[in-house]
Every structure is written in C-alpha cells, then in structure tokens.
Design a protein around this ligand. Structure first.
Ligand SMILES: C[S@@+](CC[C@H](N)C(=O)[O-])C[C@H]1O[C@@H](n2cnc3c(N)ncnc32)[C@H](O)[C@@H]1O
Length: 420
C-alpha cells in the first residue's frame, strides 16, 4: 500500500498535474510575452539604478506592493542587463548578491501564504499581509528603511480610487531615498477587450466589474460562479494627474521615464468576450505558438476588427495595429506554404512594401530569414517548436513598437524616477 500512499501524496501536491502553458494564470503568454515585455521596459532604469547602488557600495531593497504570491520577485530578478547575444552569458540586472531584501505586501493572506510556500526558504525575501487602501504612512512604511524600487505589477493600482492612489504614491515619495524608482501598473481604459466600456467619460473615474473568468475552461465559464470586483480603468492623462498630485502632496519630484501599453494583442479577456462579443479569441492561439509540439492554426490569429462607431481615433489605431499583425501572420502563412522542404528554398517571396511601418518590415524580414534558415530541419517538428515561437516573438515585437502608451492595452504601466 505504500505505493498507493506515495502516488496519492504526489497527486495532492498539485505538482503531478500535466504541465501546460495553454491555460491558467502562468500561461505561456504571461511568461513569454507579458512578463518579458515588462522586464524589457524596466531594463534601462534598473541597470542605471544598480550602477548607482554599486558606486555607493550599497545593495538593493525592493518593495512589491500587491505582490500576490510573490510574482514580482521572479520578474525583477529575471531582468537581464541587455538582450544577450547567442554566445553571451546571461547577466541579470540585479544579481543575487546585489539584492539586500525583497519585501512583498498584499491584502490577501492566502496569496501571502502561497508566496511563503514558494519563497519562504529564501532569507532575503519577506512577505506581509497589509492593507494599503488608506496609504502606507503612518503604517507599514514607518517600520521600513527606504527602498530603491517601489514596484507594482499587473493592474494592482487599479484596485484604488485616484485619491487612494495619490496617497499611496505620496507615501512612497516621502519614504523613498534621494534616488529611487517607482513602477505603477493599472488597467488601460481603451483596450479592444473592453470596447463596450469605451464610452465612459475620461474626465470621470470609472471602475469596471472585473471577472477572473478566464481561468476557467471555456465550457465551464457560463456556469461557473465567478465573483466580480471593481477595477479602475485609466488613460495616460489620468496617471499624469495622479502623479502630479502625489508629487505636490509629498513635495518630492518624480519624473516619468516611460509609459507603455501591455497586452493589446493578447489581453486575457479577448478569449472570454465578456466585455466585447466581437473579440477574436487570440490568447489561446498565441499560447499555442509558444507551446512545443503543438501546431497552431495560424488562421486563428487573424483579426477582423469590428469598429465601434463614434470612436474614430481609437478605431484608427486598432485598424492599423491589427492590419499590421494580420499582414505579418499572412506573410508567414504564405512563406510556410511556399517553402520546399527538399530544396530548402522558398518558391515565392511576397513583397515587403516600403510603406509598411518599420517594425512590421523587420518582423516580416525576420520570419523570412528564420523559415529559410531552419525550414529544412527533418526532426523535432521545426514548425511547432521553432518557427511558431519566433512568430509569437515577432507579434510581441510589433505590439511593443506600435503601442503608444496611452491606455490601448489590458495594462498601462508607467516607470518613474524619484529624485530628492
Ligand atoms: C492584479 S493582482 C497582481 C498580483 C501580482 N502582483 C501579479 O503580478 O500577478 C493585484 C493584487 O493586489 C492586491 N490588493 C488589492 N487590494 C489591496 C490592498 N488594499 N492592499 C494590499 N494589496 C491589495 C490583491 O490581493 C492582488 O494580489
């Protein structure tokens, strides 16, 4: 009977489940697209911060506000100093020895408990259950030495009204040392996913009823008892106003380094259609692009954009954005169709027009070179395992380079420098 007990034990840990990147919170898109995009935008500021700390012979202290199960730790520690060349060693911006302490705080004790299960053995990590809705001073920050990076991720600041956000950020500014970074992460107002909500006036706060319905398989979504909760949608001007007020309240200067829209093409709610029934289900096929030994039907990546009348500037952006993505996908489909595996040659190469945006031209050219370079490989399903993941990264590149940083994606993120 010891076998039975051993297998039951293994099963109960949950770690015996089939590994898949096709579903769930940590699907392929979260790991290979959303976390990576955030890391790439954070890279320059983090490099500078670490260089300054090294000059002063000091190590980094990081605060992750709304840390959930400690997701920010892996994201921040995974930021590399540069895009590594094929022979380079990967060097992380914050090496283990440069980290003095990472502190994660969250309202939800179950998530803090999970964070402790994942990271509890690491003496440099500390987690605390804390409610920051009334700010962090007086309170949590009184007991803490200054942090070098005040970090939030994946929509955490959307849990709060503008007034609460101003207080939270003003407390961070008061608490910060003479030089620090702050990353603020909200939900964007104008993502295609919630086109039904676009009409709410931008000069008034708006909270959507958010449902985490996407974690259920499609067939269970209609019947699942999914709780909803309010999350604030913002555009760039709203963040600018919050930052300006927080700066005035604390009497501390804070400068934006970059704003970026994250997840325009692959937002979680594209697949549920909860807030726009015309959404194509793109996250599933993009997860499949990154999954080894799974071939994706590339037709499922094509978007037939349905505009919402009366919102021309938004419609124009999405028309042109999705036309670029479609052009890249169709070009890839055409190359795959015209590739001769025996000769290793493309029989026909469609034109890349000079009128296309530069990021699109580069992405198309990359797909051609990759297909020509590896298409002849006879083992390891070169399409599923190599070509499709490059297409995933090419679409990610398009999104990163075409996004305006104004609220067009699931997430709208600002990275700021605090200077006293
Ligand atoms: C969108 S999740 C982000 C979680 C995590 N940072 C990630 O990257 O997945 C927002 C987090 O903010 C936390 N939160 C919401 N309200 C809070 C509050 N008043 N004080 C502290 N944390 C809060 C939630 O419990 C949740 O874990």
């Amino acid at each position: 009977m010891s076998e039975k007990k051993a297998y039951t034990q293994a099963f109960q840990t949950g770690k015996y489940d089939k590994a898949t990147g096709l579903l769930g919170k940590y699907d392929n898109v979260r790991r290979f697209w959303e976390d990576q995009v955030t890391a790439i935008f954070l890279r320059p500021a983090l490099n500078d911060l670490v260089a300054r700390k090294k000059k002063r012979l000091e190590r980094m202290r990081i605060l992750d506000v709304g840390c959930g199960s400690g997701d920010g730790y892996d994201l921040i520690m995974g930021v590399t100093t540069k895009h590594p060349g094929i022979c380079d060693y990967i060097v992380n911006a914050v090496s283990d020895d440069m980290l003095k302490e990472y502190v994660g705080i969250d309202l939800n004790e179950n998530l803090i408990q999970q964070a402790l299960e994942y990271y509890g053995d690491n003496p440099k990590l500390r987690f605390e259950t804390t409610d920051i809705s009334q700010g962090m001073l007086p309170g949590f920050l009184d007991e803490e030495p200054p942090f070098d990076l005040y970090f939030t991720s994946f929509g955490t600041l959307s849990h709060f009204t503008s007034e609460q956000c101003i207080k939270i950020i003003a407390d961070i500014l008061r608490h910060a040392p003479e030089h620090a970074l702050f990353m603020g992460d909200w939900l964007g107002r104008y993502t295609f996913e919630w086109q039904d909500l676009w009409h709410h006036p931008a000069d008034q706060e708006y909270f959507m009823d958010y449902r985490i319905s996407y974690i259920y398989p499609e067939e269970e979504r209609a019947t699942a008892d999914v709780a909803d909760f309010p999350l604030k949608l913002v555009c760039r001007q709203e963040i600018e106003a919050i930052i300006e007020s927080a700066s005035q309240e604390a009497g501390v200067a804070i400068k934006p380094l970059v704003y970026f829209d994250r997840s325009i093409f692959i937002g979680r709610h594209l697949d549920t259609g909860d807030y726009n029934k015309n959404c194509p289900k793109l996250r599933g096929p993009v997860n499949a692009l990154f999954e080894t030994y799974v071939r994706t039907d590339l037709e499922n990546l094509l978007v037939d954009y349905v505009p919402r009348p009366g919102f021309e500037h938004l419609n124009n952006f999405f028309e042109s954005f999705f036309m670029s993505c479609n052009t890249l996908v169709k070009y890839t489909m055409s190359l795959l169709g015209d590739y001769d595996c025996d000769t290793g040659k493309l029989e026909c190469i469609p034109d890349i027009l000079p009128s296309y945006p530069k990021p699109l031209q580069e992405a198309m050219e990359t797909m051609r070179r990759v297909i020509e370079g590896v298409g002849w490989l006879k083992w390891g399903d070169v399409r599923a395992n190599l070509i499709e993941s490059v297409l995933g990264f090419a679409l990610r590149k398009l999104e990163m380079e075409l996004q305006p940083g104004t609220g067009m994606g699931h997430g709208l993120v600002g990275i700021f420098e605090i200077k006293k």
